[in-house]
Design a protein around this ligand. Structure first.
Ligand code: PLP
Length: 485
């Protein structure tokens, strides 16, 4: 029993009962996920209850705080746990992840450094992923908030490789002309990383894509040659393994060859597509990934680790540490004692304090096993392909991009002009979302607005996809009827 002087409960029994109830209700919510909807709008009074809540200077009973959560927060999720959530690229979470999140919060470990088991767990997890991608024992890596941060870290190591040690103190000037290459289909986080790294987003060339939305490697070579003639310093190629829009995968072997011939850093943004490596029949799609200098990928997407968890692996671990390590006197490392265990994770990224997200990754990988994820990924890609075939065979619908992995992009065409079709398809998506039927999102393919279904959720069945497509057809017909009435 605490003396009540700190923040521990005075009534541990009541607190324990509340904690058990919170866990039970969290598990119930996941167990009963199909009974709910994948999204519903937040009522004005709920938004106000959250938004107008005054600064809490005085304490509240934890039971009241939990009641506010249960009333105002839990019901109004963008519920990517739901089997008919198909928007963007969201993982669904797992029951094992709930336990891991709770345990990590309980330990409250700071995994920036020092000598403790949480650091060993993150090291183990990183080594496992190095094994998955065929990276050598000298490679390094770090768990991140997601692929945006992983892309940034990969870029910073590449910048350090190209500009030398002096870049850390001297920064980078535009005159250096460091120039990078990716495709027009690359994720926005790549351009953002160029901006944040001080290279400027204009130093990133967006190379056109072929009919399958893969980078045009001849156009890439031509762009590199043109930049060299103009006095620029090409330094990095960033491949996309699974584009956010359509799931297109660049030809990684051709890009690895090009990077080697041109002596450029080869970074792969494999946010979700890199995990095709886990499915034996899909692995060929990401062949060449093992030749990357750095790989960025997410664990909160196709591994369903609860948010947030991504990772970056760097082939040259020494260079990775040379990019970030910085030994302030108050962070001195020792041979023995609590401050032992160099290198620390803070040596591999810009952050010092870091949570124990590695536990959620470790728990997830051990509980389900990577082969199970490979099976699920294969099943989801097969369901996406079957959906694509149904769309191609349905006269009212038009498939707008090849189904490479798990993403299906299409529109309710109905013979409309593009502008009118864009409006109609945007309305169809909102209609499905607001009626709680399903959550698709949208993207643009060759300028056309597409309804986009990301088949990633381990709870999704073929029946969910069929029901969603039926709802699209009904909504499209209904909206057209109403507009012509
Ligand atoms: C290809 C690709 N790269 C990068 C990202 C950014 O990842 P995160 O949201 O984990 O930062 C995404 C997100 O969907 C993505 O699909």
């Amino acid at each position: 029993m605490s003396d009540g002087g700190g923040l521990d409960p005075q009534d541990w029994a009541a607190f324990r009962a509340l904690a058990h109830r919170a866990l039970d209700e969290t598990l119930d919510a996941v167990h009963d996920i199909r009974d709910g909807v994948p999204w519903k709008p937040i009522p004005a009074e709920v938004r106000a209850a959250i938004g107008d809540d005054p600064l809490p200077r005085a304490p509240s009973d934890p039971a009241d705080v939990y009641a506010a959560f249960a009333a105002h927060v839990a019901p109004y999720a963008v519920d990517n746990r739901h089997p008919r959530f198909f928007g963007w690229v969201h993982g669904a979470g797992t029951p094992a992840g709930i336990i891991a999140g709770m345990l990590a919060a309980g330990m409250n470990a700071n995994v920036g450094g020092r000598d403790h088991a949480a650091v060993e767990i993150e090291r183990r997890v990183i080594r496992w992923w190095c094994d998955v991608f065929g990276f050598p024992a000298t490679a390094s890596g770090i768990l991140t908030t997601g692929t945006s941060m992983a892309n940034l870290i990969g870029l910073l190591v590449a910048r350090r490789a190209a500009a030398g040690a002096g870049v850390r103190a001297g920064g980078i000037s535009a005159e250096a002309g460091l120039t990078g290459y990716t495709s027009t289909e690359a994720h926005g986080s790549v351009g953002r990383a160029f901006d944040v790294a001080g290279l400027g987003s204009a130093a990133l060339r967006a190379i056109p894509v072929d009919a399958n939305l893969r980078i045009d490697v001849d156009a890439l070579r031509a762009a590199i040659a043109a930049d060299r003639s103009a006095g620029k310093q090409p330094f990095i190629i960033i491949a996309t393994a699974g584009s956010a829009s359509t799931g297109a995968v660049d030809d990684l072997v051709a890009l690895a060859d090009c990077a080697r011939a041109e002596r450029l850093w080869f970074h792969v943004d494999g946010a979700f597509g890199a995990l095709a490596q886990l499915a034996p029949d899909l692995r060929r799609l990401v062949s060449g990934i093992e030749r990357a200098d750095s790989i960025a990928f997410d664990l909160h997407k196709w591994l369903h680790v609860p948010y947030d968890a991504g990772a970056v692996l760097v082939r040259d671990g020494a260079l990775h540490a040379a990019t970030f390590a910085d030994h302030a006197p108050y962070l001195a490392r020792t041979q023995r004692g609590t401050a032992a265990g160099e290198p620390w994770f803070t040596d591999f990224g810009p952050e010092l304090s870091r949570g124990f997200r590695a536990l959620s990754v470790w728990f997830t990988m051990k509980t389900y096993g990577l082969d199970r994820f490979g099976e699920l990924i294969a099943q989801q890609c097969a369901m996406a392909r079957a959906l694509g075939e149904r769309i191609a065979a349905t006269p009212q619908l038009e498939l707008l991009a090849p189904v490479t992995l798990n993403i299906v992009c299409f529109r309710y065409a109905a013979g409309l002009e593009d502008a009118a079709s864009d409006v109609l398809n945007g309305k169809i998506v909102i209609d499905l979302q607001e009626r709680g039927i399903a959550v698709p999102s949208t993207t643009r393919i060759n300028g056309k607005l597409a309804i986009r279904l990301n088949v990633m959720n381990h709870r999704t069945t073929a029946a969910d996809l069929d029901a969603t497509l039926d709802a699209v057809l009904a909504a499209g017909a209904g909206l057209l009827d109403r507009s012509s009435a």
